[in-house]
Design a protein around this ligand. Structure first.
Ligand code: PLP
Length: 236
């Protein structure tokens, strides 16, 4: 299957899942996760009208995306992987959103680096909902502290936009669903508590579990393998 066919196929599956869940058509955005795939694959997807991409490693993103964005102004890149503080400087030059904010120190560094280049950036707060995953805020109190700092105006270059999670890697649909429900409930609560922000983005669902994620309220699915094929980890 080509990238073109895969994209058509995934978009159709997203639509079916939206309808099945009684949600509005087009309420779920598709991100193409291009990690471990070359720039040519990204260009092929762009040709099919795909403009939102995700990468999890800063170095790879900075090799691939600046020239692509230069030539395609509609292309947007989100960083979705665990982010070390010393990589933030480069990450904020290439990305429009950091989806993997998992600690207050990271917010501080994002603010510092964005202030330097006078750029505003969206962030999602990653919350730990599945046993296998190592990333994300693990307790609600710390996440609330982070949001409170934002609300106090501590980070003027940061636009809090919602939440992200990764479900556990398992065949147990119940566990996956539970993970997505946890994030949705948290999101509903914090949207009310911090209503000075638009925290409506709910980034959840990957190639193997995006239909469940859409049933549970996802607004953004992050799809790699089902668009670009298996990743060859030996290459890099
Ligand atoms: C790699 C990755 C994805 C995409 O995973 P697939 O199973 O290939 O669709 C989604 N989200 C995050 C955070 C990732 O690291």
């Amino acid at each position: 299957m080509s990238i073109k066919d895969n994209l058509l196929n995934i978009k159709d599956q997203i639509l079916q899942a939206e309808l099945k869940a009684g949600r509005k058509e087009g309420s779920v955005k598709l991100m193409a996760v291009s990690k471990f795939h070359p720039g040519e694959a990204v260009l092929e997807a762009i040709k099919e009208g795909q403009f939102l991409f995700g990468e999890n490693r800063v170095q790879e993103a900075c090799q691939k995306f600046p020239s692509i964005i230069e030539q395609n102004r509609d292309v947007e890149l989100h960083m979705i992987g665990q982010l070390q503080s010393n990589k933030v400087k480069n990450a904020v030059t290439v990305a429009s959103c950091i989806e993997s904010v998992d600690r207050i120190d990271l917010l501080k560094e994002i603010e510092k680096q964005c202030a330097k280049i006078d750029k505003k950036i969206k962030v999602l707060f990653e919350f730990h909902t599945g046993e296998d995953s190592k990333s994300g805020f693990t307790d609600e109190d710390t996440l609330c502290q982070a949001l409170s700092l934002c609300a106090q105006g501590s980070f003027p270059h940061i636009i809090p936009s919602g939440f992200m999670t990764m479900a556990p890697f398992t065949d147990d649909e119940k566990l996956i669903r539970k993970s997505f429900i946890t994030l949705r409930n948290l999101s509903e609560k914090l949207c009310k508590e911090y209503n000075m922000f638009n925290l409506s983005e709910l980034s959840m669902g990957m190639s193997g579990d995006f239909k469940i994620a859409i049933e549970e309220g996802s607004t953004l699915v992050r799809i790699g393998t089902a668009i670009f094929g298996e990743r060859d980890y030996s290459k890099q």
